[in-house]
Design a protein around this ligand. Structure first.
Ligand code: AGP
Length: 609
């Protein structure tokens, strides 16, 4: 999953492929490769590491001549970064070379199916299954082979395909992963993202799901999956390069906020089969779980706040004591841990120094370490006993949004999985919980559709001096992340408090006009929250309330503005309540003219203590 570029024309393709992939470097990747049809047939060159490693390997493209080619920058999802796992992936007989963005959810089933029929695989990737399957079905008709492959594979894919028997053709097909076709003069292009081809053309066609493009030097044919010809509108791209990199969004943060429905879907869908959770990635057994007397969740920043949600979710669903701790404290306080302890490490980058040190402390004490990580092959992933990957894709903005949402989703799946293994929940209860998790992407989408309401509220309060976030139970957990989002990108002082704590001191901070954001989505504690809102209102606070739709009227009677969220299982509410909070932070920072994607003093991955 990451960047795709393809070229068919009269110029040497490799130099253009490298140039196009360079334009996609901002998306983050761990390896790159090209396949070119030239005088010696289909040739592939690929390398782990930065694009310049590949460029040096092929002498800037001169070492791999040919005027038809495909290129790829890989963000590993299946199989650690390595030369052999890089794309393009080829079929055993060398007939096909494929570059792929997305996740083939049933790749293990298809791979075993082909292995049983004598096909030899060389990589750990899901993508190689596509190349091998194309050759398996190929009988001289590439379109028919593509159609059969599309019928078999499940998941998301944008594919660039070269076939050795058709040197004057470049094939492309997509489902749930963007792929565009660029129209040139005597040459044509494919790309996963507009920046890659903007130097060549502004005329593009966007492939829709299950549409196939067949590119020659002189034209492009579009077909549906049944082979019928399609007329496609040509779109003229007005964007400059910088806005093209952000997909038309002003900042990566908004792009990533809006990618959350897809990121959560991509993270949970491959792990749900026939209504049940299938965690092939981890080897924790019922016996292991019965051995654990305690679970520690250890992380930093946003990932730690996922850990606070995890405490509520796992304790309420599984009944094992859970302690959430910041890694920089955990590693220096001689925690009471041992072989009877499961340590859940959470990290987007997989390289955070404090979190990695905490992991090593846990391993040294004999704990079982399970990690939730977004970067395949990262240090934390490599040193854990088990790893669950969030398939959120590269998160560029320093402020974490889609990583938070996908980490939460995996925590819910783990809690349900553990509850089922230990018999704490009946199969019916687990099925209902799982259905609620599967519904989250569409519920997040519905919240994003109303972002202008939050923008309006932010426009009235972006000059606030102090902003307080209050909540109880799962809402308190969400308020911690809400407060961090605001302070790290808007530089406004903000604090999150357990609402019940206000009377023990913090309420002295409330004065006329103080902005308080009250998260009141937990139905069972709604009345308590209403009391806390009355407390702060009585002292002059302005209150933005977040609650479920059924409580909208009641909260509107008390708060100055209310943003409703759909209902879901109590433990899953932070996945929804955080959306307006992310948007609030974004709009406040935007109106203050802050550098939203690169806030002052912050780094995307804190690899130092
Ligand atoms: C969150 O918006 C921040 N960028 C920061 O708190 C981050 O969550 C923290 O540094 C942990 O990073 P990690 O998830 O890569 O370990």
């Amino acid at each position: 999953m990451c960047g795709i570029v393809g070229y068919i024309g009269r110029e040497e393709s490799a130099p253009f492929l490298l140039e196009g992939l360079e334009k996609l470097e901002y998306r983050g990747y761990d390896s790159a490769g090209v396949a070119v049809y030239g005088p010696d047939g289909l040739r592939v060159a690929k390398a782990k590491g930065r694009l310049k490693v590949l460029a040096e390997k092929i002498d800037g493209g001169r070492a791999i001549p040919g005027t038809v080619g495909i290129g790829h920058t890989r963000w590993a999802t299946h199989g650690a970064p390595s030369d052999v796992n890089s794309h393009p992936q080829t079929s055993a007989g060398g007939k096909f070379a494929v570059v792929h963005n997305g996740i083939i959810e049933n790749y293990l089933y298809l791979k075993n199916h082909l292995i049983r029929r004598g096909v030899e695989f060389v990589s750990e990737t899901d993508t190689e299954v596509v190349a091998q399957l194309l050759e398996y079905y190929y009988d001289g008709n590439v379109m028919e082979a593509i159609r059969k492959v599309v019928e078999k594979v499940e998941g998301s894919y944008a594919l660039g395909i070269l076939c050795e028997d058709f040197p004057d053709r470049l094939f492309a097909v997509r489902k749930d992963s963007p792929l565009i076709v660029g129209l040139g003069r005597g040459e044509n292009y494919i790309a996963s993202d507009i920046p890659a081809i903007l130097s060549k053309t502004r005329d593009i066609c966007r492939l829709k799901d299950n549409e196939i493009a067949v590119l020659t030097r002189s034209n492009v044919g579009f077909f549906d999956i049944d082979g019928y010809f399609l007329e496609k509108p040509v779109e003229y791209i007005e964007w400059d390069v910088e806005s093209a990199e952000k997909g038309g969004y002003e900042h990566f943060m908004m792009k990533e906020i809006c990618e959350q429905p897809k990121a959560v879907h991509d993270t949970i869908s491959p792990r749900i089969r026939d209504g049940r959770i299938v965690l092939d990635d981890i080897a924790l057994t019922k016996e292991d779980l019965e051995r654990f007397r305690k679970i520690f969740v250890v992380a930093c920043g946003t990932a730690y706040y996922v850990g606070v949600v995890a405490k509520y979710a796992i304790e309420s669903m599984v009944g094992i004591p859970v302690e959430a701790d910041v890694a920089s404290e955990f590693r220096y306080r001689s925690p009471v841990i041992g072989p009877d302890t499961l340590v859940l490490i959470i990290s987007q980058s997989g390289e955070t120094a404090d979190t990695l040190a905490a992991l090593r402390e846990a391993k040294h004490a004999g704990c079982r370490v399970l990690s939730i990580v977004n970067v395949v092959g990262s240090s934390i992933a490599n040193e854990s006993d088990d790893v669950l990957y969030t398939w959120a894709g590269p998160e560029i903005s320093v402020a974490s949004t889609k990583a938070y949402s996908t980490q939460l989703a995996l925590v819910y799946l783990l809690a349900i999985h553990f509850a089922e293994l230990l018999g704490k929940k009946s199969p019916e209860e687990c099925a209902a919980l799982l259905a609620a998790v599967e519904k989250l992407p569409e519920q997040i989408e519905s919240l994003l559709a109303h972002k202008e309401n939050i923008q309006f509220f932010a426009s009235r309060y972006f000059n606030a001096g102090d902003i307080y976030f209050i909540g109880r139970n799962i809402d308190y957990a969400a308020s911690l992340e809400a407060s961090l989002k605001l302070k790290e990108i808007s530089y406004i002082h903000s604090e999150a408090y357990a609402a019940g704590e206000l009377k023990h001191g913090p309420i002295s901070l409330i004065e006329e006009g103080t902005l308080v954001v009250a998260l009141a989505t937990h139905t069972g504690l709604f009345d308590k929250m209403m009391s806390n809102i009355r407390e702060v209102k009585a002292r002059g606070a302005v209150v933005l309330g977040i609650t479920t739709e059924d409580k909208l009227e009641a909260l509107t009677a008390q708060a100055d503005m209310v943003f409703p969220i759909p209902s879901t299982e109590t433990c899953f509410l932070p996945s929804l309540s955080i959306i307006p909070m992310q948007l609030f932070a974004y709009y406040v920072a935007s109106m203050k003219g802050c550098d939203i994607d690169k806030p002052r003093n912050l780094a995307k991955s804190v690899t130092v203590e």
